[in-house]
Design a protein around this ligand. Structure first.
Ligand SMILES: Cc1cc2nc3c(=O)[nH]c(=O)nc-3n(C[C@H](O)[C@H](O)[C@H](O)COP(=O)(O)OP(=O)(O)OC[C@H]3O[C@@H](n4cnc5c(N)ncnc54)[C@H](O)[C@@H]3O)c2cc1C
Length: 415
């Protein structure tokens, strides 16, 4: 049994990964102090995936999407809301916690909290180019507050434009259309989600938008957003010289990692927070989990960051286990979970497992009663990913297969 009574753990980040870390500490019977700094949102943890789906569509409320309460029995837990970790001391095991999301001018503006272990779960925030900021009818969608602001506008039946056709952009377009609104989707590439799904599923996704009445602009980049009145319609200009007008613009331009506060800490923050296969950073008592973690995946033999729900949950469990292994003098295992995500659009469930980047071959089958495409992605003859629509069993079978080919794939990618 590890003696932890006199130890302090700081958990930075109040969403899924932070929530799971706290749950795991309780499950391990950690008997010390836990300080959980939950960030600027000021809400109890909730299901972010629901924002672009059921919440926008009005099928659930903010109360319905709260994450289940934690069994913190036995934990000496201090929850700090409306506060952020603003700095990690490079020379000492302590973090500065401040009540705003801005780093304070003087360290005396916050509280330095010493720790024995720090779990960094500060995730990502929506990418908002400076040139697009400041217009009341232009929104990003990352937080519950963002979703509620968008939702407030919907009864006025606004003309909507969604910019960006990644996972979130596609879902927003589908959800707004499902609410009966006119929707135009601006796609920078040839097809929605094509950098993730490739040609066949990308085409399928595009066809579904068209079948449901969304208009699309392909191979188009937004170059400017403007409004003649502060709260008036927004004019979008495009790189091909075109223009369109909208009452509501939602930007789905991806995410940036929330690691400014780690600058100067000596840790690698070049793309998220760099850590080893066991999710340990260069400081042996600082761990990363969730959207922010950049680790070397032992199955695919390359560094990656995965911005998906199930990854955040699994990594949080693993990061605590890695720390615990260290306390017990054991070598922690690598985090080898095969990435997985789902996306709900127009009543269809898209699912993908594995890591398709760099694939050199695909096979496309039509499966199920509806004959939807099921795509298997290969690299150098090995299956590296699979994706399908309404095909959960086939997807999960492929997950098991990819996981079991781990050793061979690792060999194939070595070096
Ligand atoms: C609209 C939307 C839909 C999605 N749908 C899907 C889906 O269908 N399927 C899927 O697999 N994934 C989906 N995702 C992705 C999924 O939600 C994320 O992978 C998951 O939320 C990551 O959890 P996390 O805890 O790592 O980070 P985050 O959820 O980003 O949470 C980070 C937390 O840290 C806080 N924070 C930030 N900075 C600090 C700081 N300095 N100090 C303290 N706290 C800080 C933030 O306020 C936030 O609470 C979706 C994401 C969005 C935005």
């Amino acid at each position: 049994m590890v003696a932890t009574t006199s130890q302090t753990v700081v958990v930075a980040g109040g969403s899924l990964a932070g929530h799971r870390v706290v749950a795991e500490l309780a499950r391990h019977g950690f008997a010390g102090d836990v300080v959980w700094v939950r960030g600027p949102e000021g809400t109890a943890p909730y299901s972010r995936p629901a924002l672009s789906k059921e919440l926008i569509q009005g099928k659930v409320t903010r109360d319905d999407i709260r994450l289940p309460g934690l069994d913190t029995h036995g934990l000496r837990l201090r929850v700090v809301d409306h506060a952020v970790c603003a700095r990690l001391d490079p020379d000492d095991d302590r973090v500065l916690v401040t009540p705003t999301h801005e780093a304070p001018a003087e360290p005396s503006d916050g509280e330095w909290i010493p720790f024995d272990a720090l779990f960094v779960c500060t995730g990502t925030r929506a990418r908002l180019p400076e040139a697009f900021a400041g217009l009341p009818n232009v929104h990003c969608l990352r937080t519950l507050a963002d979703a509620e602001r968008i939702k407030e506008r919907l009864p006025g039946r606004p003309r909507t434009v969604v910019v960006g056709a990644g996972l979130v952009g596609n879902e927003i377009a589908a959800s707004l259309r499902s609410c009966g609104l006119p929707v135009e989707l601006v796609v920078q590439g040839r097809l929605p989600m094509d950098t993730v799904f490739g040609e066949d599923l990308g085409r399928f996704c595009l066809d579904r938008h068209h079948a449901n009445g969304v208009t699309t602009r392909l191979l188009t980049t937004v170059t400017g957003l403007s409004a003649t009145e502060p709260d008036g319609p927004v004019v979008l200009t495009f790189d091909d010289g075109g223009q369109t007008c909208a009452d509501l613009v939602v930007l789905g331009l991806g995410a940036v990692t929330a690691c400014e506060w780690l600058h100067g800490s000596g840790l690698d923050v070049s793309d998220g927070l760099g850590c080893d296969e066991a999710l340990r950073t260069a400081r042996p008592n600082v761990f990363a989990a969730g959207d922010i973690a950049n680790w070397r995946h032992p199955v695919f033999g390359r560094r990656m960051r995965v911005e998906h729900w199930s990854n955040a949950s699994a990594q949080a469990r693993h990061a605590v286990e890695s720390w615990w292994a260290g306390l017990e003098g054991r070598e922690p295992a690598p985090f080898a979970e095969v990435p997985y995500f789902w996306s709900d659009q127009y009543g269809l469930k898209y699912q993908m497992v594995g890591h398709a980047r760099g694939h050199d071959e695909v096979s496309v089958e039509r499966i199920g009663a509806d004959g939807y495409p099921f795509v298997t992605y290969f690299r150098e003859g090995r299956v590296v990913a699979a994706a399908g629509v309404n095909a959960p069993r086939a997807v999960m079978r492929m997950k098991a297969r990819i996981q079991s080919e781990a050793t061979t794939i690792q060999g194939a990618y070595a070096g």
